[in-house]
Write a protein that binds this ligand. Structure first.
Ligand SMILES: [Zn+2]
Length: 220
């Protein structure tokens, strides 16, 4: 009887467990060394490794509606030549820790304690979640992606007690006057609209225990 009760208790929990596919992008010595160079050039830090202490989760969209094409942007270790807006700011390619497909499938692309290049100023203390979609600035992330992001953020909250904030990429500049901001180059900024105000508002309804980005009230 006891075994039956234990069985009944654990089955429902397991049904809701977050499934994470392991889809590692190449992250060899080359990418590690280029990341160290980025940290030195942009944050003025001389580091032995590229391990991070995550304090912020940054939500993105890939601006491409196809999963394969989105993933392809992160695979190369060096930055592709068609990114002129960030080309002069370092050779290490962009990446993120997770990518969420349009059907809600979650992929982990790299180790969570390793720095990804996904957000100016905050890379050294943040985890990046990319969502496939937003092509031509469309506000088209799906309900399945929303549910997966809620589960993923909750999973990360359990894993890293250091995480305080969940923000949309479009809010990153709100940290410029805070101690978390590390970028030294005042001219290195990009305009971002991802993942969309609508998506972040819906996400925040489900994750009330995190701080929002320290943006001025009128900019929300
Ligand atoms: Zn982004």
């Amino acid at each position: 009887m006891y075994q039956f009760i234990v069985f009944c208790f654990f089955i429902p929990l397991s049904l809701f467990a977050l499934k994470i596919e392991q889809t590692p992008i190449e992250f060899s010595h080359t990418r590690v060394e280029l990341t160290k160079e980025y940290i030195k050039e942009h944050y003025g830090l001389h580091v032995k490794d590229i391990k991070i202490t995550p304090k912020i989760i940054v939500i993105h969209h890939t601006a491409i509606d196809d999963y394969g094409k989105s993933l392809a942007r992160f695979v190369s270790q060096t930055l592709p030549t068609d990114r002129p807006e960030i080309q002069n700011a370092g050779a290490v390619n962009v990446s993120a820790h997770f990518m969420v497909e349009r059907d809600g499938t979650v992929h982990q692309l790299m180790p969570l304690d390793t720095m990804a290049r996904h957000v100016i100023g905050l890379n050294y203390n943040s985890i990046g979640i990319e969502n496939v979609g937003g092509e031509n600035s469309a506000d088209n992330l799906t309900q399945e992606q929303l549910k997966a992001n809620v589960e993923l953020v909750n999973y990360l909250k359990e894993k890293f007690k250091t995480i305080e904030y969940v923000i949309g990429h479009y809010e990153y500049r709100c940290f410029e006057k805070t101690p978390l901001w590390l970028e030294k180059d005042k001219g290195y900024r990009t305009e971002k609209d991802d993942p969309s105000v609508r998506f972040m508002n819906e996400l925040r309804k489900e994750i009330k225990y995190f701080k929002s980005a320290p943006c001025p009230q009128e900019s929300k």
